[in-house]
Design a protein around this ligand. Structure first.
Ligand SMILES: [Zn+2]
Length: 250
């Protein structure tokens, strides 16, 4: 059981509730965002993406997903029942960076092996989930950043849940650096078999705190429950469990 604590909103006076581990909280009555530890206002850019579906409308992209693709059972859309659909605004940090890796390595697939040098230069809008215990496939989520607007509590539906951040800015930047280095290491390994040296530089351009609408859907099919994650801004299925079709041909 988690203990819910409260502080009073410095802007409207309403209670802002938060749970242990949360670092940044947003008032649901006025949209004021506070750094819990200091009680001071969050002063960086806070954005959101808008959800385009209500609980009835979201069934359409769900059914379309169920009907499409040869890996799915042909009766999936007809025989499944949607058991749960919850709209959650998930907190993310979007870290815009310029990253450069200079490397030297040995290409061993030929005889004699040769030493190769190279450079990777890329720009990213890197996505870091601002929650620790929530499982979310950030790599599969192509955030529709073009639709980003300043955070507006009036646009948050009464039936939706807004999650607070459990990851601070510096932690998000550090995580981003690590993940980019890992990603570049992977890219370098496509070019050389053994890395002798590699130097990484990640320069941060911009950091945005963003709430993005994600539908957490559960559906039942032949007695089992499966999960779907849908981008509420576009209706795209971010990740979906597909029931196994088995070998029941005969
Ligand atoms: Zn408030």
């Amino acid at each position: 059981m988690s203990i819910i604590q409260e502080i009073n909103c410095a802007h409207c006076g309403a209670p802002i509730s938060f749970e242990p581990g949360e670092i940044i909280a947003t008032c649901k009555y006025c949209g004021y965002t506070v750094v819990i530890e200091t009680g001071k206002a969050f002063t960086f850019e806070h954005s959101m993406l808008q959800n385009k579906y209500d609980p009835t409308q979201i069934e359409e992209p769900i059914k379309n997903w169920m009907r499409a693709g040869f890996l799915k059972p042909s009766d999936l859309a007809r025989k499944s029942k949607i058991a749960e659909k919850t709209l959650v605004y998930l907190p993310f940090w979007i870290i815009s960076v310029e990253a450069e890796s200079i490397y030297k390595g040995v290409f061993e697939r030929i005889t004699p092996p040769v030493v190769k040098e190279g450079k990777i230069e890329k720009k990213y809008d890197w996505l870091a989930l601002a929650r620790k215990a929530t499982e979310f496939p950030t790599k599969e989520y192509d955030v529709p950043l073009a639709g980003k607007i300043p955070y507006n509590f009036r646009k948050i539906e009464a039936f939706a849940k807004v999650l607070n951040s459990e990851v601070d800015r510096n932690e998000a930047v550090e995580l981003t650096r690590q993940q980019i280095e890992e990603h570049h290491r992977y890219l370098v390994q496509q070019d050389v078999d053994r890395i002798i040296e590699m130097k990484n530089e990640v320069e941060v351009d911009q950091i945005v705190y963003l709430h993005a609408p994600v539908w957490f859907v559960k559906y039942e099919y032949k007695g089992k429950t499966y999960q779907l994650l849908i981008d509420g801004a576009t209706g795209t299925v971010i990740k979906g469990d597909i029931p196994s079709t088995g070998f029941g041909i005969f």
